[in-house]
Design a protein around this ligand. Structure first.
Ligand code: ATP
Ligand code: MG
Length: 238
């Protein structure tokens, strides 16, 4: 179980999150809702260990062990994964090398070009992604749909257990969104846990959620079951 225990977060000059507590159990899915500027992405970055977000108090536990001092790499090895809201572009870093590096670091292996080719090509085939992509610079000139598909490719490759999707629905047209939602749903069958951050709700038609948290101004203002989503859909966040 992944537990966020009463955390408060600062950046260098701002206080962002206040006394947040959440539990995420395997086999269940969660949703974090909130209007723009409610500090949802900051919370995701904090769980993943981005050092810009400084833990002022509280702790983050995985199976009762504190992970608050671990680097993002180390947290990834413990099966936590974050699909970013804003996916970075990295010119000069070939997609193949990026994927091979994260795979090797994650699994503590040292697969060569040829060894990794045998691993990545079936994943690309399954996702209907052209192998030519592997030669391109990471995310540079990729469409929204291609970027999201590559996030799914990373999930397939790393097989994380706690998967945080930060507005995976942004930047997609309706059809592309449905396809991504379907791919994600297929990944939700192996006893993993999705933590879905959104303010659009449509993704929740595809992935069943067990618990919903609503954030505002860096605080949890409400929590409950899926009925809370319907309430917010009808009445808005206020
Ligand atoms: N590293 C940082 N340094 C300074 N300010 C930050 C940092 N990260 C986030 N913020 C600020 O925190 C506020 C909340 O940002 P955040 O991206 O977490 O909100 P959000 O709920 O994800 O919004 P959205 O729904 O628009 O994605 C913003 O004012 C943002 O500029
Ligand atoms: Mg955000």
């Amino acid at each position: 179980m992944l537990e966020i225990k009463n955390i408060s977060i600062n950046t260098q000059d701002k206080s962002l999150l206040h006394n947040i507590s959440m539990d995420f159990q395997l086999w269940k899915n969660y949703c974090i809702l909130g209007k723009n500027w409610s500090w949802k992405s900051s919370l995701a970055m904090t769980i993943m260990g981005n050092s810009k977000y400084i833990l002022k108090s509280g702790d983050i536990l995985l199976d009762n062990q504190s992970i608050k001092n671990l680097s993002p790499n180390e947290r990834s090895k413990l099966w936590i994964f974050l699909a970013f809201q804003h996916i970075p572009e990295i010119p000069w870093l070939k997609l193949f090398e990026f994927l091979r590096t994260i795979y090797n670091v994650h699994n503590e292996t040292n697969y060569s070009f040829l060894q990794f080719k045998k691993i990545i090509e079936p994943v690309f085939q399954e996702l209907n992604l052209d192998r030519e992509f592997l030669r391109r610079d990471l995310n540079v000139w990729f469409s929204g749909w291609e970027r999201r598909k590559l996030e799914v490719a990373q999930i397939k490759l790393l097989q994380p257990k706690y998967i945080i999707l930060d507005e995976i629905d942004s930047g997609l047209d309706v059809d592309a969104f449905k396809k991504v939602a379907k791919l994600v749903t297929e990944e939700n069958q192996e006893g993993n846990t999705f933590i879905i951050i959104t303010h659009i709700f449509t993704i929740l038609d595809y992935i069943p959620v067990d618990k919903v948290f609503v954030l505002e101004n860096g605080k949890i203002i409400e929590e409950g079951d899926k009925k809370l989503v319907n309430k917010i859909k009808e009445k808005g966040f206020n």
